[in-house]
Design a protein around this ligand. Structure first.
Ligand SMILES: NC(=O)c1ccc[n+]([C@@H]2O[C@H](COP(=O)([O-])OP(=O)(O)OC[C@H]3O[C@@H](n4cnc5c(N)ncnc54)[C@H](OP(=O)(O)O)[C@@H]3O)[C@@H](O)[C@H]2O)c1
Length: 269
């Protein structure tokens, strides 16, 4: 069904590609034939490592820097991508930031930061990148959400809200852009072992063990799992998947605590 290099000749920009899930997506797109702009915010050495890894596959890659909270820095980053590659056919909105605290302790600054970096920057980038995609009548946008968009995760309020916005934005963009040949979808990964987890107020090892043990697939999701699904969504084979949020979580989000509760109720005196 797929040619090995089904994205050959395409250029992808992956935000937050210096590490974690973004790195996994950047590598999967390169394996599928795309040249890649590896975006980062601060960790230039890690981004340069990803560039080197991509170059060993025979693809072109460049590291591009921007704090996505800043409109002008984002513009300069997009200018650079255009200068190096002449345009961008695939945009993967993966980067995210935001502190972990209860909703009741979330102030305007926390709210604005999470919304600006995680959600508003996506609209900004798509508005800049879409005309090139439209001229070719081919473009792909994949946003990265999380379960916190539709369920509550402790201390994840500000980021969770921004993820809800991302999923809604994905649907609106999808309907507006599909007639122009630009296909927009979201992926929602389950828990993935990345640096991001160390900022959450939890025992990371126990959380990973819990999810691994409880997941119907009995393993954790990897950056590569997410990357392969993102690459598939960029393929022509996936053209009729439009505006959807695809869960890449091994089935974890399907589980419920409801039945053990029922059991406990039945056993109650
Ligand atoms: N890990 C999980 O369990 C999980 C689950 C579901 C969804 N997700 C989502 O998957 C995506 C990637 O998560 P991850 O766990 O791979 O994160 P991560 O390892 O913490 O990496 C975050 C990436 O975002 C970049 N970044 C941070 N602040 C930025 C800013 N202000 N402007 C621009 N870029 C910025 C970082 O750049 P530097 O390296 O330069 O700092 C880095 O490349 C996020 O959207 C996250 O919400 C993660």
């Amino acid at each position: 069904m797929f040619a090995k290099d089904f994205l050959k000749g395409k250029v992808a920009l992956v935000t937050g590609a210096s590490r974690g899930i973004g790195r996994g997506i950047a590598l999967a797109l390169a394996e599928s034939g795309a040249d890649v702009a590896v975006h980062y915010a601060r960790k230039s050495s890690m981004a340069n490592e990803v560039v080197k890894e991509i170059e060993t596959t025979g693809r072109r890659a460049v590291a591009v820097k921007a704090n996505l909270a800043e409109h002008e820095k984002t513009e300069s980053m997009l200018d650079e991508v255009e200068k190096v590659f002449g345009g961008c056919d695939i945009f993967i909105a993966n980067a995210a930031s935001g502190g972990f605290r209860p909703m009741m302790e979330t102030n305007d600054k926390h709210w604005d930061w999470a919304m600006d970096v995680n959600a508003r920057s996506i609209l900004h980038c798509v508005q800049r990148l879409a005309p090139h995609m439209q001229r070719q009548r081919w473009g792909r946008v994949v946003t990265v959400s999380s379960l916190g968009a539709v369920r509550t995760v402790p201390n994840y309020g500000a980021v969770g809200l921004s993820k809800s916005v991302i999923e809604s934005l994905t649907r609106y963009l999808a309907v507006e852009l599909a007639p122009k040949g630009i296909i927009v979808n979201a992926v929602s990964p389950g828990l993935v072992e990345t640096d991001a987890l160390s900022f959450m107020d939890m025992d990371v090892k126990s959380a990973l063990d819990f999810v691994r043990g409880r997941n119907p697939t009995r393993r954790l999701v990897t950056p590569r799992d997410v990357g392969q699904v993102a690459a598939f969504l960029c393929s022509d084979a996936a053209e009729m998947i439009v505006g959807q949020t695809i869960y890449v979580d091994g089935g974890f989000s399907l589980l419920t605590d409801y039945f053990p509760q029922l059991e406990r109720m039945e056993n109650a005196p």
